[in-house]
Ligand binder design. Structure first.
Ligand code: AMP
Length: 212
């Protein structure tokens, strides 16, 4: 089966997806990670996505859907966790069509991570990442042992440009306008499940395991 993992920015989608791929031998498709990698490598996709990602706006559907199509096509047998995709109803419809056209594993659950807005803002403004391995830190709840240096690979710790306060509000608006309506979309399909995303990531993961 494949799973859609969705929710507002800062809900913990990436963290939970990483735990699920290990536990369930699944293939992780994070459009945000794919855009950031393309931007880092300055590929044509990265150059196209940069202004949208840096300003907190959604990358156009045609570009995003084309990217996901390539990733599914490269691994049709995969049991996918879609993390941060779909984010619009056009993407949700396109994903269903891609899966059916390519005979890939169908979506059996659309798991929504619920976190209140004030908690999201605190998580996002304090979030820091390792530039090399992508490990996630937080200035208050999970600082690295040596300031500025990743505990796992000694890489440089940095703040995502779109985790600044101004850009966060654009991202939250884009979420309310485009992505929140997907709750109803997946409710109608009988796939929607809400998981409480507050608290320790291990506790949140226990809630996922209990459900799945
Ligand atoms: P994320 O890492 O999921 O927070 O995504 C970071 C940024 O990448 C978003 O703010 C968007 O600019 C872009 N992005 C990621 N996924 C999508 C998507 N499914 N549709 C459009 N833009 C996306």
């Amino acid at each position: 089966m494949s799973i859609v993992l969705f929710g507002p920015p800062g809900a913990g989608k990436g963290t939970q997806a990483k735990k699920m791929i290990v536990a369930g031998h699944m293939t992780h498709i994070s459009t945000g990670d794919l855009f950031r990698a393309a931007m880092k490598n300055e590929t044509p996709l990265g150059l196209e996505a940069k202004s949208y990602v840096d300003s907190g706006n959604l990358v156009p559907d045609s570009v995003t859907i084309g990217l996901v199509k390539e990733v599914i096509a490269a691994n049709k047998e995969g049991h996918f966790i879609f993390d941060g995709f779909p984010r619009t109803s056009t993407q949700a419809e396109a994903l269903e069509k891609l899966i059916s056209d390519m005979n890939a594993n169908p979506i059996k659950h659309a798991l929504f991570l619920e976190v209140p807005t004030d908690v999201l803002a605190r998580r996002l403004t304090g979030r820091r990442l390792c530039r090399d391995c992508g490990a996630v830190y937080h200035v208050d709840s999970k600082p690295p042992s040596v300031p500025g240096q990743c505990d796992l690979c000694q890489g440089e710790i940095y703040q995502r440009k779109d985790d600044s306060e101004e850009v966060i509000s654009t991202r939250l608006d884009a979420y309310s306008k485009n992505t929140e309506p997907l709750k109803e979309y997946y409710q109608k399909k009988g796939l929607f499940v809400e998981i409480d995303g507050q608290g320790d990531p291990e506790d949140v993961f226990d809630r996922f395991k209990t459900y799945l």
